[in-house]
Design a protein. Structure first.
Lengths: 455, 131
């Protein structure tokens, strides 16, 4: 019974997102179906979380009925704007290899999901209890968040998008076990691969595109463990929300389509309410989109770039105000950050991050390959299609800046814990950019179809 | 015979392909396989410990009624255990504090969780029975 309820709960998320995807999805593209399905689930996931958090910030209590109501709205939107030309990906005998490898990667992920009953230490310590508390009270204004010593959980002031979705899954399944949540995160991982495939397909032919997607799915740090795509950390969802935002912003830059601008804006809103650093990433988005928009469309484009990122920043500010009722977070004593920068830490920070990039059992040679692509294509960093690269570099710069401003000896501890998160958040952006540059490097032929490059 | 610059470059490129890349990739692969083996052994051991902890926490959930405050002493994984005991309110303490633990009454529930997990040394019961 719990499997059936889990299935129905996840379907509700997908239908919610399908309505949005039908409105915001750029139609008439050859590679439509996979991206549409992936987007549907991920947008549904994000939207249920976003609406829940906004309602809670406004003082309302959320309940089990919220996601079904959103799903009905999504279903109506789907009927109103039926997506056009949703085609299956091209299949050729050469695609069998990558398809098998991809299936293997998904099977390994699924095995990891079924073998565990909880989400792992970090996910349980940071997020699961929040989700249970939201499912119990319908709001974060409850003793678990506001009365010291009631029920311990890390970071009471952390944004609640993912716990709000998990709360809905608890309601939907009628169980507070970790299994359904793991299944939800596994589907998130699978959906993200569909989006990635579709993004790579803009520049790379189907078979190499399949191999690249399979390679991405097999990178241990991306896929396995508690921190990977099918795990319970919030870094992978953040990475994928950001990837969707950047890809859609790239499409907006190229075509000027409002639907792409809307999708980018919505995904950035998800980013800002997924983790604490989401607020800073929204700020980064505002700067980069204003610059990119200005370069492409002049002053009007810069204004539109600001408008795309502004809702995410506003949400971050609203969350900062709303969480004043919540217990202070002992892990984030922002007030004690020194008014200055510890420049002498920079070599240490870069060395630690680089050494983590080269950890073979986590990343294989992925970062090495990306570094080589960057070195060989350094002239392309200013060209169209470099937006993912700039977001990736900006993300690294943000983390490094924070680590250089954290007081005392806690900086090294923060790096130890967070360099893994940084790399996971930034990796899909670098990966997509590097894959798009492969035809220029002569390693794969260019995609020669009439697929409009959405970069 | 004098080699041209082009031929010299081609020769170097050939060595790169023939020797250097395979050797580097071979070392990386061997290192990866070794580490993967170590990880599998570690994961298997951890899995056994996790399964033991999960069974113990299931027992705790059956024993302690919902709503009763729990004094939870855990060296590691206390937050995870507190999450597993939801909705019971949990007061976390470190194992070394367990001897001098101040509880609200002798009838308060105490859970002692060892790390690594050892069922024989773990405890669930009333404060008055805590050894």
């Amino acid at each position: 019974m719990i499997f059936l309820r889990t299935f129905v709960s996840l379907l509700v998320l997908a239908v919610t997102g399908a309505g949005l995807a039908a409105i915001l999805f750029p139609g008439g593209r050859r590679r439509g179906l996979l991206e549409f399905l992936g987007l549907s689930y991920i947008l549904g996931f994000g939207t249920v979380g976003l609406v829940s958090v906004v309602l809670m910030m406004a003082g309302a209590r959320i309940g089990w009925f919220l996601a079904p109501v959103l799903a009905v709205a999504g279903g109506m939107a789907l009927l109103w704007r039926r997506p056009r030309e949703l085609r299956l990906p091209e299949f050729s005998p050469g695609a069998l290899g990558p398809l098998l490898v991809l299936s293997l990667a998904l099977a390994v992920g699924l095995w990891g999901v079924l073998a565990r009953r909880n989400l792992g230490y970090d996910a349980d310590a940071f997020w699961s209890l929040k989700a249970k508390s939201l499912a119990r009270y319908g709001t974060f204004r409850n003793p678990d968040f506001t009365v010291p010593g009631t029920r311990p959980h890390m970071g009471p002031g952390y944004p609640l998008l993912v716990p709000a979705v998990h709360a809905w899954i608890y309601w939907g399944t009628g169980s507070m076990e970790g299994g359904p949540l793991r299944m939800a995160m596994f589907l998130f991982f699978a959906a993200s691969l569909a989006i990635l495939w579709s993004a790579l397909r803009e520049a790379v032919p189907p078979v190499p595109c399949g191999w690249l997607t399979a390679a991405f799915a097999l990178i241990p740090a991306v896929q396995t463990g508690d921190s990977g795509g099918a795990g319970g950390w919030c870094d992978y969802p953040l990475a994928i929300f950001l990837l969707i935002a950047v890809l859609a912003a790239g499409r907006w830059l190229q075509s000027g389509a409002w639907s792409s601008a809307g999708l980018s804006s919505l995904a950035l809103c998800f980013v800002s309410l997924t983790k604490m650093e989401g607020a800073l990433i929204a700020g980064l988005g505002l700067i980069l989109l204003a610059v990119a928009g200005g370069m492409r469309y002049g002053l009007r484009g810069a204004g539109l770039g600001v408008a795309i990122a502004a809702p995410a920043l506003l949400l971050a500010v609203a969350w900062a105000a709303a969480r004043e009722v919540v217990l202070p977070d002992p892990m984030r004593d922002w007030g004690s950050i020194r008014r200055g920068i510890y420049w002498d830490r920079l070599p240490d920070i870069l060395l630690l991050t680089a050494s983590h990039m080269l950890r073979f059992k986590e990343w294989g040679i992925a970062w090495l390959a990306l570094g080589a692509a960057l070195a060989l294509q350094i002239r392309a960093v200013g060209r169209a299609g470099a937006l993912p690269l700039w977001f990736g570099l900006g993300l690294i710069a943000l983390y490094v800046a924070i680590w250089m401003a954290v007081p005392g000896e806690s900086a090294r501890a923060a790096m130890q814990d967070n360099k893994k998160r940084l790399l996971l958040q930034a990796f899909p952006l670098f990966f997509v950019w590097a894959a798009w540059r492969l035809p220029a490097l002569g390693l794969v032929p260019a995609a020669a179809e009439d697929v409009p490059a959405g970069r | 015979m004098v080699e041209t610059g082009k031929e010299i470059m081609a020769g170097r490129s050939g060595s790169l392909k023939r020797w250097i890349l395979p050797v580097v990739l071979g070392i990386l692969l061997a290192k990866g396989l070794f580490e993967a083996g170590v990880s599998v052994v570690g994961w298997t051991n951890q899995r056994k410990a996790t399964a033991g902890t999960e069974m113990f926490l299931e027992e705790v959930r059956r024993t302690i009624p919902e709503g009763a405050r729990v004094y939870l002493c855990a060296a590691h994984g206390g937050l995870q255990a507190a999450n597993a005991l939801y909705p019971r309110p949990v007061h976390l303490c470190r194992p070394e504090e367990a001897g001098g633990l101040r509880v609200s009454s002798p009838d308060a529930w105490v859970v002692f969780l060892t790390a690594p997990f050892d069922r024989a040394r773990c405890f669930v019961g009333k404060a008055r029975d805590f050894p």
